[in-house]
Design a protein around this ligand. Sequence first.
Ligand SMILES: [Zn+2]
Ligand SMILES: [Zn+2]
Length: 243
Amino acid sequence: MWTLISKIVDLILPKRCKNCGKIIYDDDALCEDCFNQINFISAPYCFHCGMPFEESSNRSGPTLLCPACAAEKAPWFRLCRSAVHYDDASKPLVISFKFYDRTDNVRLLAKWLNMAGKDIWRAGVDVLVPVPLHYTRLIKRRYNQSALLAKELSKITGVPVEYSALVKHKRTRPQVEFSGRRRKHNLRGAFKLKHAERIKGKKIVLIDDVLTTGSTLKECAKALQVGAPESIDLLTVARVCKD
Ligand SMILES: [Zn+2]
Ligand SMILES: [Zn+2]
């Protein structure tokens, strides 16, 4: 009976590619053309920061580090991973999800997060923490895209989400208006840990949609450190990978 109902629903509301809208057979997916355009981040990449290496090699594992991570004495995060390159192919999906109410993209993007996070899950985690929005922006946008991602990822992984321990208490200009050091300056002191007891001794995964320079995640991590978590990992859907 249910199969028949779902067949009828499919006829009335066919499944569509999340990117171009072409009719497809899978739920929460892309058509073959759009999928083939997506540039997934794959090995070889730095085991610590997740930055992909240019050379083609199947080497991977904890010993493979980029020069910056190899020289880093006191890293501010444990592991960082992103699913895809932030480029012309992935941008429409991320932007429409973030700004244009395409919250239905969340199931596809959370699946990608789960795949990209395999080293993080293996290392062990206790809680997902989405990058918070200032309440004025939340009212304007009506949803926090990072919180939706964390919620959906939690359904897949079973790792709980902590929504309110970390807050954005300072209103800032959108990061896209700045570059380099000014991005850092714009966010200084913007985040605050409201409930330190909820993250004390926990292995945290910070969730966001895009990793550009890392300023946002670094400011969030700084605020979280006040609560003495055991570790902080970073997991984003897309990442700007410089050549
Ligand atoms: Zn498509
Ligand atoms: Zn690295």
